[in-house]
Design a protein around this ligand. Structure first.
Ligand code: HEM
Length: 328
């Protein structure tokens, strides 16, 4: 099928996907074991958290009828748990993409993961991904892991990825001052697709520190939340054109002028002490997965299809390694 014949929210599944997913898991497990041969392993992506915070996610009673779908059908406040992290760097000093993973608990309704009652939203601080699909992303990650010539060769062959990579990496004042995008699409009831955006509901509040340290993002998260609440608008962007706003290419931005953002919830992060030891442990142990989701919001596109098994396998890998670690 050509892309011109596609309908809104329609997926195109490639025959190689199962093999790519298997290869991805094998690569991530081997590379994780190489990085950390014994003891607990960090997440391979987004391994360094600035912190996890408690929050509330409120669906208001003022939504337009066309936005009252699935989770957003009924006005309600959910308890939420949010993990902020660096995409690949272990030090805040490095420019990087930053992640915001949101978990809502006790969400009623049919979930895509059997027995699950949580709804996860996994977002990044740039509107597009550096690779179009899971196969390209695997190639890129292999090149990055090998470094040197292999990495240079990848970016020479994929100049668009190189450009996105450069644009995406930033040094924000705080995780609370920037916007986050799902970059990949999700169903929004039958026949409709959306991308998600979380945008701070107040102007940036943190001033740039005089010295950019290894931990300045963790420090600013702690300082800000010690002093006051923070908040984000949680928004959707409805796909309006299947060609210009593709489901299967995560490097294409859905432009706000063609598909405006609509706030469908408010995230309130109350004043709190971030970084207590027990919270830190829970932060490491939590396993987010975009497939912890109501059926009305099923992840769409090849990247998301691959993530279901990859995140599950890597969370299980991390769990097993924690279980093998000595307890004292
Ligand atoms: C094929 C595509 C992708 C692969 C293979 C992949 C791989 C991974 C892996 C292995 C983890 C760690 C999971 C764990 O150990 O629990 C992770 C976490 C994460 N990924 Fe992806 N990812 C993909 C696409 C994306 C996309 C499209 C986004 C977009 C926003 C994203 C954002 C994140 C974030 C924010 C986290 C951290 C979640 C947390 O705090 O636990 N990833 N990813």
């Amino acid at each position: 099928m050509t892309t011109t014949n596609l309908r809104l929210a329609e997926e195109t599944i490639d025959a190689s996907e199962a093999r790519v997913t298997e290869d991805f898991i094998a690569f991530l497990e081997a590379a994780s074991a190489r990085r950390q041969p014994t003891g607990p392993v960090r997440r391979f992506n987004q391994g360094r958290a600035a912190g996890c915070v408690q929050a509330q996610f409120t669906v208001p009673d003022t939504l337009a009828p066309e936005h009252r779908v699935g989770l957003f059908k009924t006005p309600r406040t959910y308890d939420a748990w949010i993990r902020f992290a660096n995409a690949s760097s272990q030090s805040d000093r490095e420019k990087d993409v930053r992640g915001m993973a949101i978990r809502l608990s006790e969400v009623p309704g049919e979930n895509l993961t059997p027995g699950e009652t949580r709804q996860d939203f996994v977002l990044n601080s740039h509107p597009v991904m550096v690779a179009a699909n899971a196969g390209d992303f695997l190639e890129l990650m292999k090149a990055m892991e090998a470094g040197g010539l292999q990495q240079a060769r990848y970016f020479l062959a994929h100049p668009r990825s190189a450009l996105i990579g450069l644009q995406a990496r930033q040094q924000p004042t705080s995780h609370l001052d920037i916007s986050y995008w799902s970059t990949t699409p999700y169903l929004f009831g039958a026949g409709r697709a959306v991308k998600y955006i979380a945008r701070p509901c107040t102007p940036p509040k943190t001033t740039r520190p005089e010295r950019i340290t290894e931990t300045y993002l963790t420090d600013s998260l702690r300082t800000r939340l010690r002093q006051a609440d923070a908040c984000f608008d949680f928004m959707i962007q409805l796909q309006t054109d299947p060609r210009r706003m593709p489901i299967e290419d995560a490097t294409v931005e859905w432009k706000e002028r063609e598909a405006p953002y609509h706030a469908v919830a408010r995230i309130r992060i109350p004043q709190q002490a971030v970084g207590e030891a027990d919270l830190g442990l829970r932060c490491e142990e939590t396993a987010f997965n975009p497939w912890h989701s109501l059926v009305e919001h099923r992840p769409l596109g090849g990247m998301n299809r691959a993530r279901r098994d990859i995140y599950h396998a890597m969370a299980e890998f991390r769990r097993q390694r924690r279980a093998q670690a000595p307890t004292d």
